[in-house]
Design a protein around this ligand. Structure first.
Ligand SMILES: Cc1cc2nc3c(=O)[nH]c(=O)nc-3n(C[C@H](O)[C@H](O)[C@H](O)COP(=O)(O)OP(=O)(O)OC[C@H]3O[C@@H](n4cnc5c(N)ncnc54)[C@H](O)[C@@H]3O)c2cc1C
Length: 279
């Protein structure tokens, strides 16, 4: 390990209110949830901050609830919680599918939905799901709460509208009508960061045939593919939709893949999404 825990400070709030006051009065502090991303940075020697705020014991940030028509998932909810939730399997199966493909069991036990979203990697597996589901991110500071649609949460590579005095406390999901779909292409079937990851919903109503589609690992931020959606909704051919998709994405070459390969995979996944609509 290149980094060290020596010389770092960990604050232990007793409640969410406590945590928000610490962020306001004792910052800058880095929130720490399951620590699965932060620990990787420590291991690589790239974790520069020295003061951390431990969220792990804040049970009010955990849990999955159905409130009227809305499904709410707390930020500290782990992938294991998501996989074992009957409410999520029933209402948001694409999120359960994404959670099942994240890391191994150890990572699923510690890694949180809030951590995946806050970490803001363009390859984060749950992010296309949240985009395609029209999720709302609930941010809270000592000054109050604001709700930000996932589609306007990210502002650039690993940048979001969240302020340093705010925590992600949870996510709200309106009912998702239609058939949900999730695919991840990585180097291998498990323990792989996505080369391309996609979530989609085929609308069930004939009156509104426009699907919802979002992809990760194909641009600086995960993308909701609104032009491709529009083309599919008006009945464009697959070839035309694939051409439009190529204009919407901007993948890069990196150590996991090339831009060219990502473009091909993205087009193939769109083809699969369309083909599986009919099965
Ligand atoms: C072996 C391994 C395999 C992995 N596989 C995958 C994979 O397949 N797919 C994938 O998407 N990811 C994967 N990851 C990455 C990681 O597990 C996920 O991103 C996980 O969801 C991070 O959650 P966490 O609670 O551990 O976050 P942490 O590491 O605690 O925090 C991550 C970032 O989010 C911030 N943060 C956390 N919670 C909050 C909050 N509530 N409010 C504000 N900021 C917050 C932290 O300050 C930090 O910047 C893997 C990691 C490892 C080590």
């Amino acid at each position: 390990m290149q980094g060290t825990v020596a010389g770092r400070e960990l604050l232990e709030p007793r409640s969410l209110g406590d945590a928000l006051k610490m962020l306001r009065d004792e910052g800058p502090l880095v929130p720490m949830a399951g620590c699965t991303d932060l620990y990787v940075a420590l291991n690589f020697g790239t974790l520069s901050p020295t003061r951390f705020l431990n969220l792990w014991s804040l049970d009010s940030l955990r849990g999955i609830q159905v409130r009227g028509a809305t499904l709410r998932i707390g930020a500290l909810t782990t992938y294991t919680d998501i996989i074992s939730s009957a409410a999520i399997r029933r209402r948001l199966p694409m999120l359960a599918a994404a959670a099942q493909e994240i890391g191994g069991v150890q990572i699923q036990n510690r890694g949180t939905l809030g951590g995946n979203v806050a970490n803001a990697s363009p390859a984060g597996d749950t992010l296309p799901v949240l985009l395609a589901a029209d999720a709302v991110v609930e941010l809270r500071s000592a000054a109050g709460t604001r709700r930000v649609p996932m589609t306007s949460f990210y502002t650039g590579y690993r940048q979001s509208v969240a302020r340093s005095d705010e925590l992600i406390v949870g996510f709200e999901f309106p009912p998702v009508r239609g058939r949900q779909w999730f695919r991840k292409v990585g180097t291998r079937a498990a323990q792989a960061i996505a080369k391309v990851v996609v979530a989609g919903v085929w609308a069930s109503a004939r009156a509104d045939p426009r699907p919802r589609l979002a992809m990760g690992s194909v641009a600086a931020t995960p993308l909701r593919l609104s032009h491709t959606e529009e083309a599919l909704g008006r009945g464009a051919s697959l070839a035309e939709a694939q051409e439009i998709l190529q204009r919407e994405i901007a993948p890069i070459d990196d150590l996991r893949s090339t831009s060219e390969y990502r473009r091909k995979v993205a087009a193939n996944l769109l083809g699969q999404f369309c083909a599986e609509r009919r099965t």
